[in-house]
Write a protein that binds this ligand. Sequence first.
Ligand code: SF4
Length: 205
Amino acid sequence: MDAAKEGKLGPLKTAREEAADCTRCDLYKNATQTVFGEGGAKASVVFVGEQPGDREDIEGRPFVGPAGRLFDTILEETGIDRKKTYVTNAVKHFKFQSRGKRRIHSKPNAGEIRACRWWLGQELTMIQPDLAVALGATAVRALTGKALAVNTLRGSVVESAEGVPVFITVHPSSLLRIPDREARHTARERFAEDMRKVKTMMRKG
Ligand code: SF4
């Protein structure tokens, strides 16, 4: 714990190495590799997405696909210092269905979320952030253990099993799926507004 709080990866690095060999559910069988969280061991905020996508699975890093790039841009616009953040996913292996050469994202089920919760718990316990941000329904379920409605609770703060405050919002990938340009712009603004609220809740540093 001390090494982690001093800013060295310490126990987080050990957890990452152990997770590389995880077989707690079946998702490791078809994915390329475990995609563990990334960021500061003293992070003020932990962002939790759903699961790695195709790009993340190949690169072995979270939030490096199209949604991750959009997320980075919005964080930068809202003045959130990435060095004070940690990004991870509720489920750490890519779940997909093969269609020809394409791998289509498939939603993790309750059992997979529960199995992988152990790693998310490790990350939260070691980092002890001021705040966790649940990006979408899977993250909400992983953090709270409940299937809460994101649209109803968006912008509110609940509590994780570890007692960490959890701010609820949508996953940035949902912005990319909106076909209408104006509606997409409005949704992006709303997400940016959520990130500005998150910034006001960050205390460390
Ligand atoms: S998805 Fe999570 S619990 Fe399942 S094998 Fe991968 S790391 Fe382990």
